[in-house]
Design a protein around this ligand. Sequence first.
Ligand code: ADP
Ligand code: MG
Length: 229
Amino acid sequence: MKAITFVTQKGGSGKSTLCISLAVAAQEAGHTVCILEMDRQATISDWLDHRTADGPEVAQIDATQIDLVMERLAESSYDYVFIDTPGVDSNGTLSAIRAADLCIIPCRPTPADLRAFKPTLAAVYRLEKKFAFVLNQTPPRSYRIRDAADGLAVLGILPDVNIVSRTDHQDAIGVGQGVTEYNPKGQAAGEIRRLWSWIERRMQATKPRTRKDMVKETRKDAGKHVKAA
Ligand SMILES: Nc1ncnc2c1ncn2[C@@H]1O[C@H](COP(=O)(O)OP(=O)(O)O)[C@@H](O)[C@H]1O
Ligand SMILES: [Mg+2]
């Protein structure tokens, strides 16, 4: 069982939206997935209330429960546990980062979002966790993406796909689906599937990456983003 934590203190950057659609995409790729919801805003539980399809399972937990829940899940048959965190820095968020095999830090290409992830990143570094940024709600093409991608690529790993701002994301959540279920042939679905396969490859990389590897990969990823923007 591997744990993926969606974390950044900036509300509205897309933690819950990405958590849901990636969990569905992971299921479609043949994995068993469970979501732990730590946010009292309960975006994921609301989504589940509208859901008619099977899985993923969702459990609401608080900061005091996470260690025990993770211990139990370690013996379960789930392939992945996705942890959705609230948009505040708290003990719960720290425990969720500690529990993670990979932290996903969603970030819109705005100055406020680019500033807001710094405390999260500090915690991720302190706990020596693997992480990746995901540029979310981007315009289809803009110099802002290129600037943000360049900045983020310097700080860490950036996938080879951005998640563009598309109404499919909002509409899918409203009817209890992931984007790949809501509009399987749509561009939002395609981006989410590409992001999931990037994450899966990243999770499967067993050899710990050295700082030199990271710099090399970062340069390669940054190059792709510059070309795409
Ligand atoms: N890629 C996207 N395209 C369009 N809307 C998005 C996208 N990602 C998130 N949203 C919307 O942005 C809002 C905040 O997203 P949410 O996932 O709740 O953020 P967080 O969990 O980080 O607070 C929601 O209304 C959601 O529908
Ligand atoms: Mg949320």
